[in-house]
Ligand binder design. Structure first.
Ligand code: WTA
Length: 651
């Protein structure tokens, strides 16, 4: 494990504050006490069949399952033999109740416009778009790439795919044409859904332009649907490109939800791993549906009266599980915002909270740290009295940021749920329950129902209190990934081949004397930049594709706002000279190759990279150097002078 993880253990060990849920919150919460949590947790472990059956029965199944779980390590099937449809559960199920007229989505565009879609409206739009998909030849099992901004039509597109049993692959709108094409090709996508452009910080993100460039290299994609959002002119290719509004004009609003098997593939979501190639994480229908439904119900304790806002982008898993599927399956009212947190000024999020009387607010530590920097006055000038529960996700939250969130945003009134989970886990795994769990700033606290985490060494031996080790999960859970698309070997090796009989998370953690989990960060070659997962190898592949670059190594360095910043150490080919212009050009090149979120913060030139005798780049040394720390053990370094020159290049 890297030195930086060890440092974080030391600092977190000093955190001793404990916050118990306010009595008034607990009184009306679903889980009101630790006793209740423990009782249900015990049931979920000792009698998982009864626990999961009872919760799954709250949802609609066209045919009930025969068996709750079939486990043949490392492959799980949940609600075996059951037939359902997740779109039906998110929409149709509510139409026979008073909720038909309830707001499903309250959307705020960055320029300031507002739209509300009741469950009835969302259902109608989804049915119409599902018919559009069918008219374009999309059938059950076909993959559909979605490359859009945060507009309601993105939710419509996602749910329409689910409705007809097509597999959606949402690609975050910040990705480059290269990255989009890679994902189209890996998924073998037949259709791409995009928009002319999206609004971000008052500027247009040219989504169609990027999509066009990607389509040049995406031979499997036959057609492209384009939503008009910004209204600027974009080229439309005859026979391939179709306007969303034109297709919708003639579409019927009657479309029965396709009955699918519980294990029918619901979506692919590409995420970074330890190699250069992003992996398509597979989620299926039944287990994912139950997992996101149950976690939303207990972790956010969502009520019909709530106005729930998760600030994530639907391009990432948090948006899939906690903007779309979990909240809608619960019949919640969801706020959705298109743009940046600091546009037109750093008060935007809090203005939205005040405007819509948001009661549950779920965001990322990186956003919290940015707000701290921008100044309390942007927060305190708005009326936040509607808030009753706060959440965070995406990276460890430092205790000071937690305390700020608790006092300045929550006014010491709102419990904070620090939720640990991953793209692969599909749903929240380690988390407080807001009416029950005493929280400690910086700890994700205790496992959710049915989750059996452990802290282990490489051999899988459990470690004692406060010993840092690998975070693993010892049992299958309903919303777990079912594989990596087209690469079963990678699935088996990466997740189940690291520690015997355990799911390997890639995170380091410790468990304190109360059994609370403290996540310390990644132990593999994955960076967490502003809550976005990036593989060092992926950025390195982009770097060496630049004509001037001979070799590159990427490491993270601690960053006050982003959590980690990207530092690229680069050696140049003989004919090139280091210069700040070239560094800039290289940074832009990575941006073009992957996307703005992967652009290195620093590019540092070196004559050679420090390597072990076997030729492995010594990332630990580079990390120390990037963070400005004195280097650790150097006994295996091949060329000491390299390190000296790297250090000098800082001055
Ligand atoms: C990190 C995001 C500490 C962790 C849902 C994990 C966290 C990776 C937390 C997954 C948290 C997520 N505390 N670390 N509450 N939540 N992480 O796939 O390193 O984008 O492995 O899923 O984010 O990132 P992903």
């Amino acid at each position: 494990m890297s030195g930086s993880v060890g440092d974080r253990i030391a600092s977190l060990l000093q955190e001793k504050r404990v916050f118990t849920p306010p009595a008034s919150f607990s009184a009306q919460a679903r889980i009101k006490s630790m006793d209740e949590y423990r009782r249900l947790y015990r049931e979920s472990i000792e009698d998982p069949d009864s626990f999961w059956s009872r919760h799954a029965e709250e949802l609609h199944w066209f045919k009930k399952w025969d068996k709750v779980l079939e486990w043949e390590e490392p492959y799980a099937k949940w609600f075996v033999g059951g037939e359902t449809n997740i779109c039906y559960n998110c929409l149709d199920r509510h139409l026979s109740t008073w909720r038909r007229n309830k707001a499903a989505i309250i959307w705020e565009g960055e320029p300031g416009e507002s739209r509300t879609l009741r469950y009835l409206d969302l259902h109608r739009e989804v049915c119409r778009f599902a018919n559009v998909l069918k008219s374009l030849g999309i059938q059950k099992g076909d993959r559909v790439s979605i490359f859009m901004g945060m507009v309601p039509e993105l939710v419509v597109a996602v749910l329409a795919c689910a409705r007809i049993g097509a597999v959606h692959s949402v690609v975050f709108g910040g990705f480059s044409a290269e990255a989009l094409a890679d994902r189209n090709n890996d998924a073998g996508a037949k259709l791409l859904i995009t928009q002319d452009g999206g609004w971000r910080r008052g500027k247009i993100i040219p989504l169609k332009e990027t999509a066009d460039a990607a389509l040049e290299k995406s031979p499997t994609v036959e057609k492209c649907v384009v939503l008009r959002r910004t209204g600027h002119e974009v080229p439309m290719r005859e026979g391939r490109d179709f306007w969303w509004h034109e297709l919708m004009e003639g579409a019927s609003d009657k479309c029965e939800a396709e009955v699918v098997d519980s294990e029918h593939m619901l979506y692919l979501l590409y995420t970074s791993g330890t190699t250069g190639k992003p992996k398509g994480v597979i989620h299926t229908t039944g287990g994912y549906m139950v997992g996101t439904y149950v976690t939303t119900k207990y972790v956010f304790d969502v009520r019909d009266e709530d106005t729930y806002w998760c600030t994530a982008d639907i391009g990432w898993v948090t948006g899939h599980s906690y903007i779309v599927y979990g909240p809608l399956a619960n019949g919640a009212t969801v706020v959705m915002y298109e743009g940046a947190p600091n546009w037109p000024d750093p008060g935007r999020f809090w203005q939205i909270v005040e405007k819509y009387r948001v009661s549950i607010f779920y965001t990322a530590p990186t956003a919290i740290r940015a707000f701290i920097k921008w100044g309390d006055e942007w927060v305190t000038k708005y009326d936040l009295s509607s808030l009753r529960l706060l959440g965070t996700v995406g990276e460890p939250i430092n205790p000071e940021a937690w305390m700020w969130y608790h006092t300045v945003v929550g006014k010491e009134r709102c419990p904070i749920v620090d939720t640990w989970w991953q793209t692969e886990t599909g749903a929240i795994m380690i988390t407080p329950l807001p009416g029950a769990t005493p929280t400690k700033p910086g700890s994700a606290t205790l496992p959710f129902f049915g989750v059996v985490p452990d802290i282990v060494d490489r051999e899988g031996n459990s470690l004692g209190p406060n010993e840092g080790g690998y975070l693993v999960i010892r049992r299958p859970w309903p919303s777990m990934l079912r594989g990596i698309y087209g690469d079963p070997e990678r699935y088996e090796k990466q997740y189940w081949g690291q520690v015997p009989h355990c799911y390997f998370t890639g995170d380091g953690a410790r468990r304190d004397e109360d059994g609370y989990y403290w996540i310390m960060g990644r132990v593999d070659d994955v960076l967490n930049v502003s809550g976005h997962r990036l593989s060092t190898m992926e950025i390195e592949s982009a770097l060496v594709a630049h004509p001037a670059v001979a070799e590159a190594a990427v490491v993270g360095r601690p960053d006050e706002i982003k959590g980690e910043a990207v530092v690229a150490f680069v050696t140049l080919k003989g004919e090139y000279q280091p210069s700040s212009e070239l560094a800039d050009e290289i940074r832009k090149f990575v941006r073009q190759q992957i996307g703005a979120h992967a652009q290195p913060d620093d590019v540092r030139f070196a004559e050679a990279l420090p390597k072990t005798r076997s030729g492995k780049i010594m990332r630990r040394l580079l990390r120390d150097l990037a963070a400005g720390r004195p280097p650790g053990d150097m006994t295996t370094l091949e060329d000491f002078s390299v390190l000296e020159r790297l250090r000098q290049s800082e001055e």
